[in-house]
Design a protein around this ligand. Structure first.
Ligand code: ATP
Length: 340
């Protein structure tokens, strides 16, 4: 089909396995778009630890300007060395564009053997506050202090996003996850706000779970969860836990949404242990692209691409190593294109 609509998208391949999974994602998205008449103008930028080593910049201004203009970006993982002097690019992007909602759908794929078939839950993680506010000081050489920031505005808007989503998509229940028994003021404010918001959505049930209990409940009976609404740090940890429920980090997509723009990325990190070996699973980033297509109102392209991914999984012949197969990153991408 000839191209009738072209979307400008900022592309950040990132570090480690980033360039490999990004290349596979771009190929399959192009192939899906060709079937529905939509095209893509990718504006690619080197950002992250490798870019820093090469050019002395983690996040060049040109990349920021491009995101500001295009309002949609998709990125591979970027590495953040542990320790001083190098702040997380993801945290910087979320702050700069006020991408307050981190949205992570966790859904089982056909043919993947896990202890929990048929998982279908959504995580809404507040993306700009909490211990990620980056307010750290050394009180003296032996005492470090990190400040946890929770605000009424931040808690209320992420709660509204979760409840709006639940209402729109017929989700039955929102669980607010917290540790207000210990952090009575900060987490206390968070659940006060989430409860207040819940009162405006009588059609959606509301419950609160303490985060340690939620971890146990998620491995005992994850089916009780539908929409998980939580703060930044708990959301980071629960996302990896939930990835494990459906087969690992190679599978779960994510979106960072703000009022002005959206950045799509996989839940996983740069996986330096398997980088450059054609071993990474690109599914998480490809499924992030499915979320991006939906965001761009390309619902038909999104559906076709998701169906092709599921076909490859149901078929089970061209899967990557992390999910029990032997295929490489590129071969998996090719199989998705063939399935399209
Ligand atoms: P970060 O701190 O950046 O989130 P991390 O150290 O928590 O990163 P990852 O880089 O996500 O972790 O890697 C954790 C493990 O999962 C590694 O063993 C890695 O090889 C594996 N992994 C992550 N992503 C993928 C993928 N797409 N395909 C296959 N294996 C992956």
């Amino acid at each position: 089909m000839s191209t009738t609509r072209t979307h400008k998208i900022t592309l950040i391949p990132g570090d480690g396995i980033g360039p490999e999974v990004t290349a596979a994602m771009v190929q399959v998205v192009e192939a899906a778009g060709q079937q529905t008449g939509c095209g893509f103008d990718w504006h690619s930028f080197e950002c992250g630890a490798d870019a820093y080593a090469k050019n002395g910049e983690i996040l060049p201004k040109a990349a920021l300007d491009s995101i500001e203009q295009n309002r949609v970006a998709i990125k591979g993982p970027t590495a953040t060395p542990i320790g001083g002097g190098f702040s997380s690019m993801n945290v910087a992007l979320r702050k700069k564009f006020d991408l307050f909602a981190n949205f992570r759908p966790v859904k089982s794929l056909p043919g993947i053997k896990t202890n929990y078939p048929g998982i279908d839950l959504i995580i809404f993680r507040e993306n700009t506050e909490d211990l990620y506010a980056g307010l750290e000081v050394m009180i003296n050489p032996d005492i470090a202090q990190s400040m946890k920031i929770i605000t009424r505005k931040g808690s209320t808007r992420i709660a509204k996003s979760a409840f709006e989503y639940a209402k729109k998509h017929g989700r039955k229940k929102v669980h607010s996850i917290h540790k207000a028994n210990i952090m009575k003021l900060s987490d206390g404010l968070f659940i006060k706000c989430t409860k207040e918001v819940s009162e405006g959505y009588p059609e959606v049930a509301y419950a609160e779970h303490i985060v340690d209990n939620a971890c146990m409940q998620l491995v005992m009976n994850p089916y009780q969860y539908d929409v998980i609404l939580t703060e930044n740090l708990y959301g980071d940890i629960l996302s990896d836990l939930c990835s494990g429920l459906v087969g690992g980090l190679g599978l779960v997509p994510g979106a960072n949404i703000g009022a002005e723009c959206a950045i799509f990325e996989a839940v996983h990190g740069s996986a330096p242990d398997i980088a450059g070996q054609d071993k990474a699973n690109p599914t998480a980033l490809i499924q992030s692209a499915v979320l991006m297509l939906d965001h761009l109102d390309e619902g038909e392209t999104a559906k076709k691409l998701q169906a092709a991914i599921e076909k490859v999984y149901a078929d089970g012949k061209t899967l990557t190593r992390d999910v029990g197969g032997a295929a490489g990153t590129k071969a998996f991408g090719d199989a998705v294109i063939a399935a399209l």
